[in-house]
Write a protein that binds this ligand. Sequence first.
Ligand code: DGL
Length: 257
Amino acid sequence: MAHKQKLRAGVFDSGVGGLTVVKSLIEHKLFDEIIYFGDTARVPYGVKDKNTIIRYSLEALEFFKNFDIDIMIAACNSVSAYAIPELKANAPFKVSGVIEPGVLALKNKIPNLDARILILGTRATVGSGKYEKLLKAQGYHNIESLAPSLFVPIVEEGLFSGKVLGTVMDHYLKDITSPDAIILGCTHFPLIADAIHHYFPQATLIHSGEAVVEFLESAYNISHIHQHSSLKLFASENPDKLKEIAQAWLKPACYSS
Ligand code: DGL
C-alpha cells in the first residue's frame, strides 16, 4: 500500500463512535484522506441481529465503492463481530475490523495470561463471543463480558460526563470486581473512557482506535504521511450532528469536510 501517491481510508460505524478510530488514524497520520460514514439513521447496530448487521454493512460497502479508497475500516465492533467475511468477499479494496487488532493490542500491553479481563461491548459483540474466542486462543482465561447497551445512546446524545452517565455506569458496573484490563469493545466507549477509568482506575483500557493503528502499521506496512489528513463526513441522517461531534472530539486542525 505504501507506494500509492494518496492513501484513502473509508471508515464505517453505525453512528458517531467510529470517530474515536478516526481520531487515532489522524493523530498517527496514516492516511491522506479519510471518508467517514456513520449510519446514524439506523444506529444502534449492537441490539440488532447478525443478518441485519451484515445487510447494513454490505450497504455501507456499496457507498464506499463510490470513492477510490484503499481500505475500508469497520470501526464498529458489532460489524467486526459479524460482517468481516462478507465485506472481504465483496470488496474491491482491503477490509479491516477492530476486534483482531484489539486482541493483539491487549496481548502487547498485558502479557500476563492470568490477568482479569473485562470486555465491554454491545449485545451483538458480546453475543458473538468473538473477543472471548480470540482471547482464549491466546491463553487468557479470566474473562468477563458485559453489554452495557445504554452507553451507546448516551454517547450518541453527547453525554460524556454528568449525572445520567454516572447513574447508568452504576447500574452496569457497581457489582464488577476491578479488572486488570478493560477492552472497550465498542467504538462509542472511548468517548466515555474518562468515566470508565474513574470507575476502575487500576485497569488498563484497550481502545479500538489505537489498536487498529498498530495493526495497520504492521499488517499493511502503511508508512506515515507528512501532512494533515483530510476528513469527509457522511451520515445517513442528521450529518450536522455528526459534524458537531466531530468538531468537538477531533482537533480543529485535523478537521475539514
Ligand atoms: N460503535 C459500535 C460498536 O463498536 C456500535 C454501537 C451500536 O451501534 O450499537 O459496536
